[in-house]
Design a protein around this ligand. Structure first.
Ligand code: VGL
Ligand code: ZN
Length: 210
């Protein structure tokens, strides 16, 4: 019998392009790094996701004529927010921040590699066709509780938490270990409401440190 009841930390997209100075910078994004480092040794297992786009990715405004970041288009039937070019495979902006402790990471799940569909969640693409394998990996390891943190609260962290919850993992959202893009200033707040209304538990890092 497989040992179960394990707790996993999922660190979402803590990459230079989402940090201050990056092409899709999340304000105060760097402030979560020491918090994430502090809590890592609480977990049985740690995984990270990495936004990992080909240069021709259709979520980039630059790959459409006369479109600007922030505009929304229809991409094969899925609404798509257009973004500045970010996290291009192999670029410096796609790297994890050097201060982020990676020494105990079990695996890295890359997403957003199909140029025709974006992938906010670490589990599935936005059309829910492609699967990164993260769900099966966690189950295989006997994980039943997941704790989600990283960037950005209102996109990739939110959808990772919602998908993890929908797959049956007991899901916790570490509020002080995430920050929002806030294209609209209320987006972060709205995301937290949506997350908690689904039954995901909102916690702070003090949950582990007390
Ligand atoms: C993300 C927008 C585009 C994120 C990724 O990591 O939240 N946001 N690609
Ligand atoms: Zn992206």
């Amino acid at each position: 019998m497989k040992k179960s009841n394990k707790e996993a930390l999922i660190i979402v997209d803590v990459q230079y392009d989402f940090l201050p100075g990056g092409s899709l910078a999340v304000s105060e994004g760097d402030q979560i790094i020491p918090i994430i480092n502090q809590i890592q040794d609480h977990f049985d297992l740690i995984v990270a996701t990495q936004d990992w786009h080909p240069a021709e990715h259709l979520s980039f405004a630059a790959n459409h004529s006369e479109k600007n970041p922030g505009e929304v288009i229809d991409l094969d039937g899925v609404p798509q927010v257009l973004w500045p070019v970010h996290c291009v495979q192999g670029s410096d902006g796609a790297d994890f921040h050097h201060q982020l402790d990676q020494s105990n990471w079990e695996a890295i799940f890359q997403k957003g590699t199909n140029p025709r569909v974006d992938s906010y969640s670490g589990f599935f693409d936005n059309a829910r066709r492609g699967d990164t394998g993260l769900g099966d990996f966690l189950r295989e390891k006997g994980v039943d509780r997941i704790f989600v943190c990283g960037l950005a609260l209102d996109y990739c962290v939110k959808f990772t938490a919602l998908d993890g919850h929908s797959l049956g993992f007991e899901t916790f959202f570490i509020q002080d270990a995430t920050r929002a893009v806030n294209l609209d200033p209320k987006d972060g707040e709205k995301a937290l409401q949506e997350i908690s209304s689904q039954g995901i538990q909102l916690i702070d890092s003090s949950y582990f440190l007390s």
